[in-house]
Ligand binder design. Structure first.
Ligand code: ADP
Ligand code: MG
Length: 279
């Protein structure tokens, strides 16, 4: 029991006083957060609050201005690129692929961090790609070109490509945006299933607050590049948080959904702007 507890408490990814930006502007400011091994963390916050910027930095795709990111026990930037790529997979908000590439070809590209430049495609690479296709229900689509897939299927292919990488940490930037509700739900269920079966650590930026609360163990709210709330969704997700984050009054209610307690938020109206003290 003690062992299990310790494992659950293991911090796999930590940002300490992280500042990030582009050009003259600092976008993420002095952000500190800790991601525990095998948890699902959701990052929420208004447009432009720095969510994607933060996620990119956690994938080591953006240099750090100040602060530090620790992956496992060591500074992420002091680890070999390939080692980081083997441990962390990142799905950007959008990505263009050559439309003629097939599902199988793309998923196999996920193996690149595990192969030397001159190495051929090993049996292990083939097995990992096949497993990724199977886990995402894409075996029947393996030979199809990407252009012949729906948005939901394409998103699953991107997830499969990340899985083929056999990462410990999966970073997803708004994976459900542009999908209809059935495909959104299917994707969230798939992510949850992969988390449960593979013990993956998941950090995802989600636009949909109800999805964020329902599918995460850990909620991080960003506004203007700073952390406004960080904790268990049932503790930090409140009507006040929604107002402070988005300037929206909302109805927030605890409900039972599919046999589990969760909290739903229904936006009510745009909150009154505070002008000085007058409302
Ligand atoms: P979010 O994902 O929360 O909507 P982003 O992290 O994408 O926010 O963007 C935060 C801010 O950083 C925005 O003001 C955006 O214009 C700016 N920004 C994002 N990417 C770049 C970039 N590559 N170059 C310059 N500014 C950027
Ligand atoms: Mg974004």
């Amino acid at each position: 029991m003690q062992d299990k507890k310790q494992k659950e408490e293991e911090i796999i990814l930590r940002a300490a006083n992280l500042t990030l930006g582009y050009g003259a502007a600092d976008i993420v400011k002095d952000v500190s957060l800790s991601i525990r091994r095998a948890e699902i963390a959701a990052i929420i916050g208004p447009n432009g609050s720095g969510k994607s910027t933060l996620l990119k930095a956690l994938a080591r795709l953006l240099p750090i201005r100040s602060g530090k990111i620790t992956l496992g026990n060591a500074d992420m930037w002091e680890q070999p690129t390939r080692q980081v790529a083997q441990r962390v997979a990142f799905l950007p908000q959008s990505a263009d692929f050559p439309p003629d590439i097939t599902v199988m070809e793309l998923v196999r590209m996920g193996r690149l961090p595990h192969r030397g430049f001159w190495d051929g495609f090993s049996r292990k690479d083939a097995a990992a790609s096949e497993a990724a296709l199977r886990r995402t229900g894409l075996i029947p689509f393996a030979r199809r070109p990407l252009r012949a897939l729906s948005g939901g299927e394409r998103q699953r292919v991107r997830l499969a490509m990340a899985l083929a990488q056999e990462p410990e940490i999966l970073l997803l930037d708004e994976p459900t945006t542009y999908l209809d509700i059935r495909h959104q739900l299917a994707l969230m269920e798939l992510v949850e299933h992969l988390h449960d079966t593979l013990g993956l650590t998941v950090v995802m930026v989600l636009h949909d607050l109800n999805q964020a609360v329902r599918y995460s163990h850990h909620l991080i709210a960003l506004t203007d590049g700073r952390v406004m709330a960080d904790g268990a969704p049932e503790e930090v997700f409140t009507r006040d948080l929604v107002r402070d984050l988005y300037g929206v009054e909302s109805l927030v209610r605890d409900v039972e959904l599919a046999g589990r307690r969760t909290r739903l938020c229904l936006p009510e109206r745009v909150a009154q702007e505070k002008e000085g003290e007058a409302v």
